[in-house]
Each structure stands twice: as C-alpha cells, then as structure tokens.
Design a protein around this ligand. Structure first.
Ligand SMILES: [Fe+2]
Length: 455
C-alpha cells in the first residue's frame, strides 16, 4: 500500500476502452479510500464486480468485552488455545476497543470460500505456518514471522501448506482496525514529496513483498464470498470466480513484510518504543521488537526504564526468545499493560543485565490510545498471578496468595461463581512477600533475566 505499483494488463489511460480477447469490455473498478482522496487502486475485472447474488447474514462478529471497569496488568497464554475453524472463523479476539481488535487464530481446516473484510484493514503476524493468500490483487506467499497487511475490501482466501512432521501447526496473531482507519507505515518514515521510504526508516520498499501471479481465475460456477460488515458476516454468491482481475495499478493493495527484515535502531542509551514502530492506524500502532545489539554506553542500563505510558494501553505478543526470564511469560503469551500503572523490568533485571550486549527476544506490540478491554475468551486463559510479578521477591513457586483478581476467583473471572474473598487479600499477601527474605531470592531469579528487553 505505501507506493505506486502495477501488476498484469492495464490500458494506457484511466477510464478508456479496454477489451477482452472476445472483444467485450473488461470491467473497470476504482478501489478508492477516504472519499477517493486516499490511497486508491484501479482494477480490471473479467466480469462486472457488481454481479453478486444470494446474500444472507451468517453470523455476528460483534465482540463482547468483559471487566470493562477493571484496570490491571493482564497476561493471557494463547498457545493452549486449541485449533478451531478456518483462517476466518477460527479467529478469537482477546483484547480490543472501538479502534482495534487483537486476537489469535489457529486454523483447523481450510477456507472453503473467499472472504472480504468490508469494515477494517487487517494485519496478521504469522507465528507458525506457511502458505499463500490468494487475493484479487494477486498471490502472496507467506511464512513464519511475516506480517500480512490486507486492506479493507480485498477479497482473499488463505491456503496453508501441509504441516511437515515436527513443525508447529499454523497459528497467527491478528490486529484489525475496527475504527475503519488504514494500517500504514508511519508517515514520518515517508517522504512528503514522493512517498518514498526515507533513510532513517527501519525498513523500505525492498523489504515489502507485493502480490504476484497467479491473479486471474476466469471460471464460471458458484462461488461464495463472505463479507464482513456491520458486525456481521454475510454470505454472497458470485456466478464467476471472485478473483477475476487481469490487471491493476495504484497504491492500495495487500503485501507481506517479514519481521526479520525490520532493521532495529539501536543507541548509546536505551531507545524508546517509537523506534520500533512498524505500522500505524488511527489510535493505535504496531511495533516490532527484534533481536539486536544492546545499548553501548559503558554504564548503560540495557533494559527498558520503568515507564508510565500515560496515554496508551500496550499489548505485547511474545514470539520467541528467552522468555523464561519474564516470570510466567512464554511463547504465544500476550501481556496487557494498561495506562494508569507504571511498568518496567521485573525486579533484579536491570542489575542482572548490566554488561549484556545483545537481546534475542522477538515480540510484536500493539499500543492503543484508548483503554483495551478483555474478552471472555481472554479471561479463560488469564494468568491471574501476573499482576503480582513485579513485587520484589515474588516467584510463582512461593506465592501463597490465592489466584484472585479484583475480588473474583479464577473460576469467577472466567464466568463461574464469584469468590467471597475481597481484592485487598491480594494486596496484603503481595506486600508480605517484600523484604529481606524476598531480596535473597532476587539474584538467582535475575540470572535468567538476560533478555527481558521488550517494553
Ligand atoms: Fe511499555
């Protein structure tokens, strides 16, 4: 989407006769955004894209949030979530608000239809799996650690490759711009005059993988296209293959970007999260925390400073690296650090990482400018001890505090009966763990904390 390109056959001018081999006209479609003043592409179809029939509502996609009134650190382990559905129906939203939805998907079956999200741009991060997204703009081959950005209105179908022996089953993170804004590279990375990536940008045009052939499937038949709009997926039927574009040009199209192609910006002192920014939309950003050399001042503290990101909630998705250092965090974990509480490295980590020269952590972060709320699905995999994990001396093994949150037991938090124990029990127990005894524990725990370097 960032720059002009073209694929396939297009006429020499816009809006002129462009004929099929049988002499009939191709159908031109201007795919425009922001009232035709934003990024736009012009596509040429074998069949008029208006010929759709048989619509019916299929299912609601309206997300229901819970614990909207509760502000606390959260940690959700997504790996135990079983595979289900396909690459669309298998999506589970875990956190969100009126701007963005963040979730995971472990598809269990192939898509037997095409899909169009008519409400939002979608950004996927492929954790495991490879395959091809067949889109109306062409095919995108993808693999592990690829971001796939699919702009609103694009018709597509995910086809995953068969998983080889010993490889993890497909699984991806999803970020959806439900406020209707477009997920784009940060404007500060781009030339205002040419939309070219500037020299200071951590990635550029050469890193983006654009749609390729095959693009045109000129077939008659009965093809279902499921269209998401108005918090509802509708089923539409096309009497021709919906991917029938012979050519297009413009600045609006899907693409891939592998996180290993993000060139981290490092400094003498610790660099703030905006240096890791990869994409942005209205009211949220997506950042990439990649393996990199650490800060090189001789007295540098190489882990993030404690910080209050006063205007943002922050979700981190942990991809790979030494996360055993972060208490309870593991591959596929999502942590939520809300505005309203300072957060930073776990106790002992700044001291333990002095002299470290490199971090191998890989994580994707989504920061929002409005509070994020969990879904019921998130609470079902919620690590209720996480909020205590910054208290000096706390370890999972020695914690005797009941797994409680805001006066609710784990059972209650996931929809069961309420606990009678008040939330102050948690405060009392955690306070009791600080002190000399807990300080004794800190050094051994901190030894493993070499890489707690995400924000
Ligand atoms: Fe942070």
């Amino acid at each position: 989407m960032p720059y002009y390109t073209k694929l396939g056959k297009i006429p020499s001018k816009r809006h002129i006769q462009f004929r099929r081999p049988d002499g009939r006209l191709y159908s031109e479609e201007v795919f425009g955004t922001e009232g035709f003043s934003g990024p736009t592409s012009t596509l040429y179809h074998v069949h008029p894209p208006t010929q759709v029939i048989g619509w019916k509502p299929l299912y609601s996609t309206k997300v229901e949030y819970v614990e909207r009134e509760i502000m606390r650190m959260r940690h959700v382990k997504s790996m135990p979530m079983p595979a289900k559905g396909d690459a669309v129906t298998g999506r589970t939203v875990l956190f969100g608000n009126s701007d963005v939805e963040i979730g995971v998907c472990a598809p269990a079956e192939p898509m037997a239809y095409h899909f169009k999200n008519a409400s939002a741009d979608e950004c996927f991060f492929i954790h495991f799996g490879s395959g091809t997204v067949f889109t109306m703009f062409g095919a995108l081959k993808f693999g592990p650690k690829d971001y796939i950005v699919i702009p609103k209105g694009t018709i597509y179908r995910f086809v995953f490759d068969a998983t080889k022996d010993g490889e993890p089953e497909p699984r991806f993170l999803l970020v959806e711009s439900v406020n209707g804004s477009h997920i784009l590279p940060p404007p500060r990375y781009m030339s205002k005059k040419t939309a070219q990536f500037l020299e200071h940008a951590p990635y550029c045009e050469r890193d983006l993988r654009l749609p390729e052939m095959p693009m045109t499937f000129d077939k008659k038949g009965s093809f279902e296209v499921r269209i998401k709009s108005r918090d509802q997926v509708h089923s539409y039927m096309y009497n021709y293959h919906p991917l029938d574009v012979v050519g297009w040009d413009g600045c609006y199209y899907p693409y891939c970007f592998n996180i290993d192609d993000f060139s981290p910006i490092v400094g003498k002192h610790h660099m703030p999260p905006p240096t890791h920014q990869t994409f942005e939309a209205h009211n949220f950003v997506i950042c990439s925390f990649c393996p990199r050399p650490l800060d090189f001042h001789p007295q540098a503290i190489v882990v993030p400073y404690n910080h209050s990101n006063l205007d943002s909630d922050e979700v981190l998705y942990y991809v790979e690296g030494n996360y055993k250092a972060r208490k309870g965090i593991e591959e596929g974990s999502l942590s939520l650090h809300p505005q309203g509480i300072a957060h930073g490295p776990h106790p002992g980590t700044p001291e333990a990482t002095i002299g470290a020269t490199h971090t191998n952590e890989l994580a994707v972060m989504c920061d929002t400018f409005a509070p994020l709320y969990p879904t019921k699905a998130a609470l079902a995999f919620d690590d209720l001890n996480y909020p205590q994990s910054w208290v000096s001396g706390w370890t999972p093994e020695e914690s005797t505090a009941p797994a409680e949150t805001n006066g609710k037991s784990k059972k209650a938090a996931s929809g069961g009966k309420s606990s009678k124990k008040p939330s102050r029990v948690v405060e009392a127990k955690t306070s009791a763990t600080s002190g000399a005894a807990s300080r004794k524990k800190t050094s051994s725990r901190a030894v493993g904390a070499k890489n707690a370097n995400t924000w």
